[in-house]
Design a binder for this molecule. Structure first.
Ligand code: GZL
Length: 334
């Protein structure tokens, strides 16, 4: 090959490497995934599970998009996936409404959609083929039952709400309130969104602790561990003992929260499993093979605390809390 041709070939190869637009391999299943963001340890574990599982599977070609907790970025990413002609679209919707139009566009393009982690409210059937994720209402119920059994039937509760309009925030609140509705002595006296982040959770807890109701707060119910971790800092800086002066219960089950409970700074975390990447790509492969898939694939989760042996499920379906030990902390995968 003459020198000129060699130079052109090298330049072309370099362009492909730099732009990353290597020709996609038609033998692979092209999956477009739009992630909420990187707002919490739970979310980072979720992303690692998705990317790690895609890496392991020769059958999958993943295009991953981080929406930075903005719905408009998710809608844009989904439209890009449609125009790219991916085989399957999956996403964790940052909020539960406002996706109907773009899901109809995916349906018109005959691209199946799998909801991951969070569900959406849509009025039309057939806009997604399956929803893989946790039962957030039951997570809220488990937190409510734990408060009744471990704090009692009289408690003033401060609530750190997740991202406004998101399925986990709506449903965890719903489940918690469903349980405490049976106990008029348990009252939510402060409630505000901390947007699932540690920084905002700390900021809102600081405002709670400066409010007239500050000294009445006996329990903190946080919709995720990251907001609870921020609140622990705020409680300590206010000169109070987290886990003792204010009992703390949250949801996710991230390792850092396990460490705080073991250290006596918090009391209970309701597990919400982010490690569902394998379930996602199992469904993707089944869809691609033309097989039917369940419309709902629930995650399997437990509840961990500093007590142990507390049934936070029902008599018919008990869910018994596991007391956190160093061994359990060391075994956590996220
Ligand atoms: C729950 C997930 C929530 C986590 C938060 O499945 O959607 O989003 O509880 C995360 O930590 O921000």
């Amino acid at each position: 090959m003459n020198k000129f041709a060699t130079v052109i070939m090298a330049a072309a190869a370099a362009t492909l490497l730099v732009t990353g637009c290597s020709k996609s391999d038609s033998s692979k299943i092209k999956v477009g995934f739009s992630q909420v963001g990187a707002e919490s340890d739970w979310r980072k574990a979720s992303t690692e599970s998705i990317k790690g599982e895609a890496e392991k599977r020769a059958s999958i070609e993943l295009t991953f998009s981080d929406a930075q907790q903005k719905q408009e970025n998710q809608i844009k990413a989904i439209r890009n996936f449609i125009s790219k002609g991916v085989d399957v679209i999956s996403f964790s919707p940052v909020v539960a409404t406002g996706f109907e139009d773009v899901l109809k566009e995916a349906k018109e393009a005959e691209i199946p959609v799998v909801l991951f982690d969070r569900a959406v409210d849509v009025s039309e059937d057939g806009l997604y083929v399956s929803f893989i994720g946790s039962d957030f209402v039951e997570e809220g119920r488990r937190a409510g039952r734990w408060v009744v059994k471990n704090v009692g039937e009289n408690a003033n509760v401060a609530e750190l709400v997740g991202t406004v309009g998101s399925a986990p925030a709506i449903d965890r609140k719903k489940g918690f309130e469903e349980i405490i509705a049976n106990y008029p002595g348990i009252k939510i006296i402060k409630s505000q969104s901390g947007d699932f982040t540690r920084a905002k959770g700390k900021e809102v807890m600081e405002s709670f602790l400066k409010s007239p109701e500050a000294d009445q707060i006996q329990v903190l119910f946080a919709h995720n561990d990251d907001m609870a971790l921020g609140a622990i800092q705020a409680i300590e800086e206010a000169g109070k003992k987290p886990g003792k002066d204010i009992i703390i219960i949250s949801i996710d089950g991230v390792k850092t929260m396990f460490e705080q409970i073991l250290a006596g700074n918090a009391n209970c975390t309701v597990e919400c499993n982010p490690l569902i990447g394998a379930q996602l790509f199992d469904v993707v492969e089944q869809i691609h093979a033309g097989k039917s898939v369940p419309s709902r694939i629930p995650s399997v989760e437990g509840v961990y605390d500093n007590v142990g042996g507390v049934n936070v499920g029902t008599d018919r379906e008990p869910v018994v809390t596991k007391k956190i030990t160093q061994e359990i902390v060391d075994s956590r995968k996220y």
